[in-house]
Design a binder for this molecule. Structure first.
Ligand SMILES: Nc1nc2c(ncn2[C@@H]2O[C@H](COP(=O)(O)OP(=O)(O)OP(=O)(O)O)[C@@H](O)[C@H]2O)c(=O)[nH]1
Ligand SMILES: [Mg+2]
Length: 759
């Protein structure tokens, strides 16, 4: 089988050749026509798609399962930080390239302040900051004040859901890293490039939480693993059991764009509760079919091979209960990585003495090592197969088809012009008259198609718009209502906060309750709501596909008819246009259309941004001004006799918090709904419609173009007929060669299709 990159380069060459031909045609008098311009812009998109569009692989799993080790093994060196912390870079993307480098993209001060202010909802109501102004990290007094306020939170309040409270972590780390991060962050988006010798500094950044919070994106450029091809991105993701639901949502956003998911399970722990939860979530998002599992074996942990195999069998059994027909590969990622580091070609990196000793010890376990080696080979073969078939389907197939249409369309058109040039003025006159008549009929067909397609598009948009409205309706739709129901049902007993109230005072207790409720809500959104949104959008895409599939058939027949008629006319006129077999035109491929206009669905992480709308004052106003008189009292620890009244206030405030959250969610999803409708669904429908129209009319472009352009060819005063004819012939020859090359690729594609990639 031919290597993917090789074929991609061939296609890029073909595309270049076609572009050159189009340009020559465009610069010749009498040849410029709208069709050429359309073709030209299509080739531009093809070029971009071929060079930029990538197959994405995500490496996921629960914390410490060996994701980073596995990623490093694939790239053959210790590149991403192993054993990184929790708040560290959420997703580290690696792309192939010739030189090793790391690109660190930082958040702007605006991003940082927005995030902090979001984490400060209700917190900013504390004693020292009642002036209602937003927090600004660049103001020293704000930093000092926040530091002071944070110090008042006791250890218990920094923990929610048995883990460090993500919002407090964020605030604390931002403050801690400020002085050092200052050099990298600005009001514009800044990137820092770390090349060759400096590459490893990247690890310090991602593993230091107080610097890592300032990072927006980390991407590494490394030499591609053998056989993986260039259009590739592999992402090492943070543990899926991260305590921050926003991070989970960001991982979800990445996962819905991936073509293959490698799931790392540690043999030390087998399948854990966190894994089952995450796998169930991925299943709900429709991603299960793209997952392959790595049972990452710790040789030290197992007595012998049969012990290991026993555990493996058990894990496989358990896995099969969660996802059907799971594919599992069992090997040690660390052993493999050490092996690479120990080999000659690992470059500047080498194994430490201690690690070499470990490697030597492992090597003595010949049975396990042999098994691991065998499984590694099986794993690599499987991944490479999937990647290359995926790249083929996604990037090559659709584009081969488009290039083939352009080339044959253009050739037809040149053919006609060239034949006409051989004729006498009278004959040309007669030909034009005949062609004109047919052309009018074809234009009629094209106009009818355009009209009905526009009608269909409008109708489809109306229908889908109603569906979106229905799903996201604040009162009756399932999305917002489910979240609001969750919030209302969330059990908070103020009695549990009695001690807090006495230790930290009223407002900090309220803040803590709010944080707990918000984290729980966000987790609910990530786990329950986001999959529903993904499913819903999937259904919408399915409807779009069905609709365009339905109309493409009859339109295709109309076009075919027009093409046949034209060929007949050409025959009558003695113009020799090679008949090309009529290709059935189906619904355009959604991923390819999306890639053309760089469209992606609204971020799932944005579903959590409702909290910026929560109005602190609204919670406080009714909640406590009525019961506790005077602001000052709010910050003091209530005396024993006031405790009862404070508890009642707290209860009241919790109700207000829930109401406010409900209102913010309603408002937020109203916006989300409009955004989804106009920025995504409608845009996609329009793009699908124009692509279908383009595909349909491509086949008659040669006949339907404005004849006045062609007339220019015969009235050309700058060039003789002979020169023009020469020019056309040379274009035709280059198109012939292009078409032959396309055919070769199509044959290879046919062989490949047997690969059956289901990504
Ligand atoms: N013995 C043994 N240890 C391993 C293996 N794979 C990973 N480890 C160790 O397990 C620890 C965690 O590995 P990582 O690759 O950092 O795990 P991770 O899943 O990326 O961890 P987080 O990103 O923190 O969730 C590291 O100390 C690794 O050296 C293995 O195959 N065998
Ligand atoms: Mg890691």
């Amino acid at each position: 089988m031919e290597h993917y990159d090789h074929i991609k380069n061939k296609l890029l060459d073909i595309n270049k050749e076609i572009r050159r031909t189009i340009q020559t045609a465009l610069s010749s008098d009498g040849l410029s026509a709208q069709s050429l311009e359309t073709w030209h812009s299509t080739t531009e998109r093809i070029q971009r798609q071929l060079t930029e569009e990538t197959i994405r692989i995500a490496v996921v799993g629960s914390i410490k399962s060996g994701k980073s080790t596995l990623t490093n093994f694939l790239f053959g060196g210790d590149y991403v930080k192993r054993g990184a912390g929790v708040v560290t870079s959420i997703i580290t993307k690696i792309r192939p390239g010739n030189d090793i480098k790391a690109k660190l993209e930082f958040k702007t001060w605006g991003d940082v302040n927005a995030e902090m202010n979001q984490a400060l909802v209700l917190f900013s109501s504390t004693e020292s900051n009642m002036n209602g102004e937003d927090f600004d990290i660049n103001r020293e007094q704000d930093r000092l004040r926040l530091k002071h306020d944070l110090s008042k939170l006791d250890a218990k309040q920094l923990i929610s859901d048995d883990a460090r409270d993500p919002n407090s972590v964020l605030l604390i780390e931002y403050l801690k890293g400020y002085e050092r991060a200052k050099a990298f962050v600005s009001f514009e988006r800044e990137t820092t490039l770390l090349e060759s010798g400096e590459f490893d500094k990247q690890k310090e950044f991602v593993s230091d939480e107080s610097l890592a919070v300032y990072l927006r994106d980390v991407s590494l450029t490394l030499k591609a693993p053998d056989g993986f091809g260039e259009n590739l991105e592999i992402a090492d993701c943070q543990g899926s059991d991260s305590p921050n639901p926003l991070h989970l949502a960001m991982i979800q956003d990445y996962l819905i764009q991936t073509h293959l998911i490698i799931y790392a399970l540690s043999s030390r722990t087998g399948l854990r509760q966190a894994d089952i939860k995450f796998l169930t979530l991925m299943k709900k998002m429709g991603l299960a079919k793209n997952i392959i599992f790595v049972f990452n074996c710790d040789f030290t942990e197992h007595e012998n091979l049969s012990d290991l195999k026993q555990l493996l069998a058990r894990t496989k059994n358990e896995l099969n209960m969660v996802v059907e027909s799971s594919r599992v590969f069992a090997f040690s990622a660390l052993y493999n990585l050490f092996g690479k580091l120990d080999s000659q070609d690992s470059g500047p990196q080498e194994l430490s003495r201690k690690d070499r000793l470990r490697l030597e010890q492992w090597c003595e376990e010949t049975d396990m090592v042999a098994f691991s080696d065998q499984e590694t080979t099986r794993f690599l073969d499987d991944v490479i197969q999937k990647v290359s078939v995926g790249q083929f389907n996604l990037l090559l197939e659709a584009n081969v088809e488009r290039l083939s249409n352009i080339a044959s369309g253009m050739k037809e058109w040149i053919r006609i012009s060239r034949d006409l040039l051989q004729k006498t003025a009278g004959e040309v006159q007669e030909a034009f008259a005949k062609m004109d008549k047919k052309r009018k009929a074809s234009n009629q067909i094209v106009a009818t198609i355009k009209d009905t397609l526009d009608g269909t598009t409008r109708k489809l948009k109306r229908y889908l718009g109603t569906e979106v409205d229905r799903c996201f309706d604040v009162k009756y739709g399932e999305i917002a209502q489910e979240i609001i129901r969750f919030i209302n049902a969330y059990n908070i007993s103020v009695r549990d906060y009695k001690n807090d109230l006495q230790n930290s005072g009223f407002l900090l207790t309220l803040y803590h309750i709010f944080q707990t409720l918000q984290q729980a809500t966000n987790r609910f959104i990530a786990e329950q709501i986001n999959p529903k949104i993904v499913q819903f959008i999937g259904q919408q895409e399915e409807e779009i596909k069905e609709m365009f599939q339905q109309v493409s058939g009859p339109y295709g027949l109309m076009i075919q008819d027009a093409v046949d008629q034209h060929h007949q006319t050409m025959e009558e006129l003695g113009i020799d246009v090679a008949k090309r077999p009529f290709k059935e035109i189906g619904c355009p491929d959604i991923p390819s259309v999306k890639s053309d206009i760089r469209l992606s669905m609204p971020h799932l992480a944005s579903t959590m941004q409702y909290s910026t709308r929560i109005k602190t004052e609204a919670i406080l106003k009714l909640g406590l001004y009525n019961t506790l008189k005077g602001i000052k009292k709010l910050f003091r620890r209530p005396a024993a006799e006031q405790l009862h009244s404070a508890m009642r206030s707290l209860e009241h405030s919790v109700r207000r918090i829930k109401e406010q959250m409900g209102e913010s969610i309603a408002e937020h999803f109203t916006d989300y709904k409009e955004n989804l409708k106009f920025q995504y669904v409608f845009t996609l429908v329009d793009a699908m419609s124009s692509r279908l129209y383009e595909n349909l009319t491509d086949q008659i472009k040669a006949f339907t173009g404005d004849l006045s352009n062609m007339k220019g060819l015969f009235e050309n005063e700058k060039k003789t007929k002979g020169e023009l004819s020469e020019e056309l012939l040379s274009m035709e020859r280059s198109l012939d060669s292009v078409m032959a090359r396309i055919k070769e690729i199509q044959e290879v594609a046919e062989e490949r299709r047997i690969g059956g990639y289901n990504g």
